[in-house]
Design a binder for this molecule. Structure first.
Ligand SMILES: Cc1ncc(COP(=O)(O)O)c(C=O)c1O
Length: 357
C-alpha cells in the first residue's frame, strides 16, 4: 500500500507531555483511508490530526455502523518500541467488521499504517515503564450519505494514537464490582462479540447508576438466564481457586474475545497454574467467594492488563475477596505480562513486534 504522508513541520510537532491521563491528549498525526465498492480501500494517508467532515446523513450517525479497537505500544529500556499482538488485534477488527457488514482491512496494510504512524509520532510514546504506553485506536465508520436502513456503500478507516498514563498510579489496588441483575450487555446472536460502539453506549446507563453507589465496574451476566458470568466492564474476568487454579467464562458468543484473556490462557499454564474456560454460574461463584475457595478475582484487558477485584455486590449483598486486597496470582500474571510488553521478560510466544523504523 502506498501511504501519502504529509507531516507537520518539525517545529510544530509536540511530544508526550508530563500529564496526560487517558484519552484527552492526542499525538500529532493520524492515518485515514476510504472505501467504496468500485475502488475498494483507497487514498491511504497520514496527515496531522484533524476533524473529520461527514454529511449529516452519514450512516454511522443514524444506525451506528461502527467498529473500533484498542492496543498499545510500549517503550523498552533499550529505546526500541514494542507493539503487543497487533495482528491478533487486527484480526479481531476484521471479525467485528464482518459482523457489522463492513469491509475487511488488509492485515498487513493495517499493520504498515500503524508502524508508519507510530514512527512519525515516536516522541509521543511515554518513556517510563511504569504502566505508561501509547494507546492505539483503529476505527471504522460508515460514511455513505443516505437515510434508509441498509449496509453502507462507503466507509472510512482511521487510526489515532495517544499517550496513556499508568492505570495503577495509586498502586495495584482492587476495584469494586456491581453485578448487573436486571440490565444486560449483550445476547447470544447479537453483537457482543463485536467491538462496536453500541455495546458501550448501552452499558452507560447502569455504569452511571452503580458509580453513584461507589462501584467502579459492572459485572455482566448472560442475557437469557441472567445467571452465567460474562465480563466485567470492558474487561474479561478470571477467578482464582485456592491460589492455583484459574477459571474464566468460556466464549459464549456474547463475550468479547479479549486478547489479554487469550494471552493469560496461554501464559498461565507455563507459570504453573491450571487454567480452564468454563460456563460459570454466578451463584456458585459467590458461594465459593464466601467460603474462601476463590482466593482472587481479576478483570483483564488492554487498559489495565490485570485489575484485581476486591468486592462484588449482588442485590445489595457484598462479597469481599481476599480481604479486599490484591493477591499474589494477579500480581504474578501482571508482572509477567507487562514484562513481556516492555521487553524485560522473554517473549516465548512471539507476541511482541518491534516498531519498524
Ligand atoms: C467488552 C470488552 N471485553 C473485554 C475486553 C478486553 O479485551 P482486550 O484484552 O483485547 O483488551 C475489552 C477491551 O477491549 C472490551 O471492550
Amino acid at each position: 500500500m502506498s501511504i501519502k504522508i504529509t507531516s507537520l513541520e518539525e517545529s510544530k510537532r509536540g511530544s508526550c507531555p508530563k500529564e496526560y491521563g487517558f484519552g484527552t491528549v492526542f499525538s500529532d498525526h493520524m492515518f485515514t483511508q476510504d472505501y467504496d465498492q468500485k475502488q475498494g480501500w483507497h487514498d491511504a494517508e497520514i496527515n496531522p490530526y484533524h476533524n473529520l467532515s461527514l454529511d449529516p446523513t452519514a450512516a454511522v450517525l443514524h444506525y451506528g455502523q461502527e467498529i473500533f479497537e484498542g492496543l498499545k505500544a510500549y517503550h523498552r529500556a533499550d529505546g526500541q518500541i514494542n507493539l503487543f499482538r497487533p495482528e491478533a488485534n487486527c484480526e479481531r477488527f476484521n471479525l467485528s467488521a464482518k459482523r457489522m457488514v463492513m469491509p475487511a482491512v488488509d492485515v498487513n496494510q493495517h499493520l504498515e499504517a500503524m508502524h508508519k504512524l507510530i514512527n512519525l509520532d515516536k516522541n509521543w510514546v511515554p518513556k517510563t515503564a511504569n504502566g505508561s504506553s501509547l494507546y492505539i485506536r483503529p476505527t471504522m465508520i460508515a460514511t455513505s450519505s443516505k437515510i434508509g436502513l441498509g449496509a453502507a456503500a462507503q466507509y472510512k478507516h482511521f487510526i489515532l494514537t495517544m499517550p496513556a498514563g499508568p492505570y495503577f498510579a495509586g498502586g495495584f489496588n482492587p476495584i469494586s464490582v456491581y453485578i448487573a441483575d436486571t440490565y444486560r450487555r449483550a445476547v447470544v446472536g447479537g453483537v457482543g462479540e463485536a467491538k462496536t460502539g453500541g455495546n458501550y453506549a448501552a452499558s452507560l446507563f447502569i455504569s452511571e447508576e452503580v458509580a453513584k453507589k461507589g462501584y467502579t465496574q459492572v459485572l455482566w451476566l448472560d442475557a437469557i438466564e441472567g445467571r452465567y458470568v460474562e465480563e466485567v466492564g470492558a474487561m474479561n474476568i478470571c477467578f482464582v481457586y485456592e491460589g492455583s487454579r484459574i477459571v474464566t467464562p468460556s466464549l459464549s458468543g456474547s463475550i468479547l474475545r479479549g486478547i489479554t484473556r487469550d494471552s493469560i490462557l496461554k501464559l498461565a499454564p507455563t507459570l504453573g497454574y491450571d487454567m480452564t474456560e468454563e460456563q460459570l454460574d454466578i451463584h456458585q461463584i459467590l458461594s465459593d467467594i464466601a467460603s474462601g475457595k476463590i482466593t482472587e478475582v481479576f478483570g483483564c484487558g488492554t487498559a489495565a492488563v490485570i485489575s484485581p477485584v476486591g468486592k462484588l455486590c449482588l442485590k445489595g449483598k457484598v462479597y469481599e475477596v481476599n480481604g479486599n486486597k490484591s493477591g499474589p496470582v494477579s500480581k504474578h500474571l501482571y508482572d509477567q505480562l507487562t514484562g513481556i510488553q516492555y521487553g524485560t521478560v522473554e517473549d516465548a510466544f512471539g507476541w511482541t513486534q518491534l516498531l519498524k523504523s
